[in-house]
Ligand binder design. Structure first.
Ligand SMILES: [Zn+2]
Length: 145
């Protein structure tokens, strides 16, 4: 199926420990994917990196090696990935036109458009997982002030 992510899916086994999706927190019953290694289909970007970009600079996504993402959320991330790529290529076409029209250097506009920013993902080893760290605010940590 076109919307599947590039990652071997795992099926939950009945009777195994409760697995919750890192994103929507639903108790996963069907297929799921390991979040640390899963990649979006279109750009092959790791889903965790995409999540990092998505939440922005104020937060850092912290996952552990055994965190998982459900099929529904993985597909959402995949859709986002595809649309972002599409948006980038549309932007590029428009900027190329403008570069030509105004006789700018090739790449003058293209290379100065929004750079990919955001925090690199952090993956903690599975055994260090303490109470499933979700997101840590870097701006105003709760333990300060
Ligand atoms: Zn989910």
């Amino acid at each position: 199926m076109a919307t599947e992510v590039e990652c071997p899916a795992t099926e939950t086994i009945l009777g195994s420990e409760d697995l919750h999706c890192f994103v929507c927190d639903v108790a996963v019953t069907g297929k799921f994917y390991p979040l640390a290694t899963c990649r979006a289909r279109t750009t092959k970007t790791r889903l965790i990196e995409k999540l990092g970009h998505l939440v922005g600079e104020r937060y850092m996504v912290v996952i552990s090696e055994d965190d998982i993402i459900c099929r529904g959320c993985a597909n959402l991330m995949n859709t986002l990935d595809r649309l972002e790529l599409e948006m980038r290529s549309v932007k590029n076409v428009v900027l190329r036109f403008l570069e030509k029209k105004y006789s700018l250097e090739e790449g003058e506009l293209l290379n100065h458009k929004d750079t990919e920013c955001g925090q690199p993902p952090q993956i903690t080893p599975g055994e260090l997982k303490l109470a499933s760290l979700m997101m840590q605010s870097k701006a105003s940590p709760w333990w300060i002030g």
